[in-house]
Every structure is written in C-alpha cells, then in structure tokens.
Ligand binder design. Structure first.
Ligand code: EPU
Length: 342
C-alpha cells in the first residue's frame, strides 16, 4: 500500500478557525484500505491519531505530535428509489453543502434547511448538525464506519447512533469510529419546515407564497449569510457554544429580570435559552481581543481575524463563560472539539 506520509504539515488550511499549528505527521486517505494502512502505520510507530474531515468544528491549541489522517473518500451513489423516496450513499470526504445542493438538483428534499453548513459528510453525524428546526438525524438512515476497537467495519442505524442535540455516539466515544459513508433517505415530495426563526418571515418578505425546497435552501443561505461569517472570508467554527438548557424555574426567574429573553420550551419541561442572546445581552458582541473576537452579527460565533491562536480564542471563550455564569447563573458549554496540549 502506497501511503504518502508527510512531516511537519501546517494545519492552517485544514481547520476553518485557521489556527496555524503543525501536525508531526500527516496523510490523506482516499479509501478504506488506505485508512487501515494509515492506522497500522500509527500503531507501528506508536503515534496517536487525529482524524480530520472538513475541520469546521475544531479548536487546535498546540502543535499535534500525532498522525493526522485527512479523510478524503469521495462519491455519491443512488442505492435505490421508489415513488416517494431515494436512498443515497455519500462518502465521508464529500462537502456537506455541495451534497445538499446536489440532492435538491435531483428533486430530493429534506436537507434544504441544512444548506450552507460548513464541513464534510463524515463530520455531520458526529455532532448531529442542525439548523432551522431540522437535524441530520431526521433524514439519516445509517452510518458506515470503521471501529478502531474491534478493527472492523460497522453499519449503525440512526437509532444506534444515539443522536441528540449536537451529540451522538461518535462524539461520546470520540476517536473510536471513523465515519466512512452515510446513507440518507430523502423524500421526493417536500415536507417543508418553515417554523423556525426568521424563515417564514424571510419567504414572505420575498413574496414567495408556495415555496419549493430550492426556495427554502436559498432563503436559508441568505439568512445565514446575514449572520454567520463565511469561514473563507472570516475564520470561525460556527456556534462556539451550545444553547444551554435550564429548569423552568430558572427560566422563569431570568424572565422576570429580562422580559425579552429568548427561550424555547422543551418537551421535558425544561427550557432552552439562546446562548447568542445571553452573550449579546452581556455586551460581548463585536468585542475583539487581538485577533480573537466575537462576531459582530451573531454573538454565538467566535472568529479569528488573522493570527489568533486556539489558546487566545479559548481565553476569550473562558471570559464569556465566566461572565454568563455570573450574570445569569447559566453554564455555557463549548461546542467544537478542543484538541492539542495546553
Ligand atoms: N440572538 C441575539 N443576539 C445574537 C445572536 C442571537 O439576540 O448575537 C438571538 C436571535 O435574535 C434569536 C436567538 O438569539 O432570537 C437565536 O439565534 P439564531 O436564530 O441565530 O440561532 P442560534 O440559536 O444562535 C442555532 C444553531 C446554529 C443554527 C441556528 C439556526 C446552536 C448552538 N446553534 O443558533 O448552528 O445555524 O440555530 O438554526 O444550536 C452551529 O451549530 O455551528 C450553528 C451555526
């Protein structure tokens, strides 16, 4: 097996926060066989491994004395279809947004609300990506992966993946499984989800009376572009914190002091708060410390204006967490994976 293992490779262009740390060893893999060879190499050389996809949910805090494996498996295949659905298998190295656009162009729907989310297919199940009231799990049939513990491939049903809000088995048992491909089951007849946030308002403003899935995708792209920075223009990892969930009593108390607080009742009686609102209210929006900053249009997104280190971004995040704890007695949990020695 011919593997090109490079040494001392900058990861700046492999993480959307554009942090400039180096990988001691780096290899790109385009097949399961290459992946297995790379894992075997790491074992022989007693090196830990970091699996990298689109790098869109990652904060790197130091050079990595590991073998970084960049998963580049490509391909999209229609497995089967009937009058109502098509089953599509997508390899882990395909770009998420390009796949969403491909599916819409085939007349398939379901993923329109998830347009423009950065990253690759292989990373999407890890945090069960979600936006505008739709989550990946809503249209995912199964995930094919390589289990490093058992050294064998595995197909996990959506249920076995244990998806939850920004969470999954892959995240909980981090590093154990390498996602190779995902099978989606997509409807031909669109069932649109328009109830979240600005979506319906935006479509009305554009005078789109009976929107198609493509219209919804265009609306989501436009709304995201207003608030969320394009990592190609301003480096970021999307939402830096999860939206916190608090007890109904806690939310009630907060609402007395802050009548405008943004809150969403949960099925279990608890209340989800908009972390972006809390951070904005606390005055952090647009704050910049060196090259690390809080995005001026969406306080939930931390950005790198150029040469911020992962540590500097985390330092800013720590100040925000402490302030939100003090003001609202709410704990903010960091959403992206933090990797590297401190
Ligand atoms: N808000 C503010 N100020 C801000 C930011 C938000 O007042 O600076 C308010 C908004 O006005 C709105 C509420 O907070 O009333 C929620 O904001 P928004 O609709 O922008 O969504 P979010 O809860 O901040 C979540 C996801 C995003 C996803 C959007 C749209 C999480 C952690 N984030 O953000 O996902 O795109 O909803 O569905 O759940 C990501 O995970 O990287 C991500 C971008």
């Amino acid at each position: 097996m011919n593997l090109l293992i490079q040494e001392h490779v900058s990861l700046k262009s492999y993480n959307t926060l554009a942090v400039d740390v180096a990988a001691r060893f780096f290899v790109a893999v385009q097949s399961l066989e290459q992946l297995q060879a790379a894992l075997a190499w790491a074992q022989q050389h007693d090196r830990a491994v970091l699996l990298l996809g689109g790098g869109s949910n990652l904060v790197l805090t130091a050079d990595l004395d590991v073998l970084v494996i960049h998963v580049q498996l490509r391909g999209i295949a229609v497995l089967s279809e009937d009058a109502e659905h098509a089953r599509i298998e997508v390899q882990a190295g395909e770009n998420w947004h390009d796949f969403v656009q491909w599916s819409l162009a085939q007349g398939l729907s379901g993923l329109e609300n998830l347009s423009l989310i950065p990253g690759n297919i292989g990373a999407a199940p890890v945090q069960n990506i979600g936006a505008y009231g739709v989550e990946l799990k809503d249209h995912l049939e199964s995930v094919f992966c390589f289990d490093r513990d058992t050294q064998s491939t595995q197909r996990l049903s959506a249920e076995q993946c244990q998806f939850a809000y920004r969470d999954s088995l892959f995240k909980r048992e981090s590093g154990r499984r390498v996602i190779l491909s995902v099978i989606f089951r997509l409807p031909k007849q669109a069932i649109l989800q328009l109830d979240y946030g600005d979506l319906r308002g935006y479509l009305a403003e554009q005078q789109i009376g009976a929107p198609t899935a493509q219209d919804v995708s265009r609306a989501v792209c436009a709304i995201r572009a207003q608030k969320l920075p394009d990592p190609a223009e301003l480096a970021n990892t999307g939402s830096f914190f999860k939206n916190p969930v608090v007890s109904a009593e806690h939310a009630q108390r907060l609402q007395k002091s802050y009548p405008n607080i943004v809150r969403f009742a949960q099925a279990d009686g608890q209340v989800k708060l908009a972390a972006g609102w809390l951070i904005d209210q606390a005055g952090w929006k647009g704050v910049r410390q060196g090259d690390a900053g809080v995005h001026a249009k969406q306080a939930l997104v931390l950005v790198n204006y150029g040469s911020a280190t992962g540590q500097q971004v985390l330092e800013l995040a720590g100040q925000i967490q402490a302030d939100i704890q003090q003001r609202f007695a709410v704990e903010l949990e960091i959403e992206p994976n933090v990797l590297g020695q401190s």
